[in-house]
Design a protein around this ligand. Sequence first.
Ligand SMILES: NC(=O)c1ccc[n+]([C@@H]2O[C@H](COP(=O)([O-])OP(=O)(O)OC[C@H]3O[C@@H](n4cnc5c(N)ncnc54)[C@H](O)[C@@H]3O)[C@@H](O)[C@H]2O)c1
Length: 334
Amino acid sequence: MNIGIIGYGYWGKNLVRNFVAQKNATVKTVLDFDSKKLEALKAAYPNIHTTSSVEEFFNDDSIHAIVVATPVSSHYELAKKGLLAGKHVLIEKPMTASYVHAKELMEIADSKGLVLMVDHTFLYTSAVEKIKELIDHGELGEIRYIDSTRINLGLFQPDVNVLWDLAAHDISICNYLLNEYPVSLQATGISHTNNDIENIAYLTLKYASNKIAHFNCSWSSPVKVRQMLIGGDKKMIVWNDLEATEKIKVYDTGYDMKSDEDKTKILVDYRVGDIYVPKLNNTEALYSMASDFIDSIQKQKQPKASASIGAEVVKILEGSQKYIKQLNDTNSII
Ligand SMILES: NC(=O)c1ccc[n+]([C@@H]2O[C@H](COP(=O)([O-])OP(=O)(O)OC[C@H]3O[C@@H](n4cnc5c(N)ncnc54)[C@H](O)[C@@H]3O)[C@@H](O)[C@H]2O)c1
């Protein structure tokens, strides 16, 4: 199977490296408008054909599947071209800049029997796989909340706010872990630049099953934090993605509320037990994601990071952006 990759920027380099490492596929062509980037690619991979011609790329019938690794504003147009040319498509996260566009791509892929998938890389990390396994086996009990902090001195993006950049990961992880889509959201944020694009934002999601998820995202923090708390009624997890070996800690910790006729009294039993550190394998998540794309095409199966997970992320991001703007336009109650 021949793969064509569009965009050899920061993430495109990682994608090329991981697709080149696949046994069942060959990276045939890389398309980029930046000739310097293509020269760098040629130096590292002399066997990969490079082009800056969109026409040449999409008209090449020997390319069976494409990867779109350009900024989000171009995802829809490039992915649509690929699908209409009969190619399977993997799009970088976030899938598109609008939910309507995401739905349209899904419809085209369905009607042509093509695989459409989104690179929500975190779904392929051993940390997420382990947490999912613990949740699905009932180790944590009923999940009550997820609380994530994803902050650092990040690269201010010119076209999307910090939620599109960072919360895209959290939303995909939560919806995958909980196997459920949220029913409502609230969001707030602030821009410290003159383009009105939020560099600090907070997003809260509520699920019909009485679960809550909260994400704190920032490009303006002096320290880098990548921490997620997953609270169940039996056990709780602290996932520190910056830890080299002990990324996940399972706390046998919880609380039980005792019912009392008198609502003014709250009786809580606290339980603090052992802490357990599960062993994780160290396969590169992007390698597993690339394998899933190829496998899904060859075995005609649904990929883990399906287009519907990707589209749902876009729906929530779009909703959060609307919410932030509405809040900014409303008078304060203070
Ligand atoms: N999955 C992840 O964890 C992860 C991490 C980083 C970035 N990303 C995503 O990857 C995508 C690219 O991000 P990046 O940081 O690599 O950006 P980048 O700006 O570093 O690279 C983009 C590349 O695409 C090229 N390009 C732009 N428009 C093009 C077009 N129409 N045709 C051909 N080439 C074009 C540019 O010349 C550049 O080389 C974004 O959607 C981003 O959200 C995902």
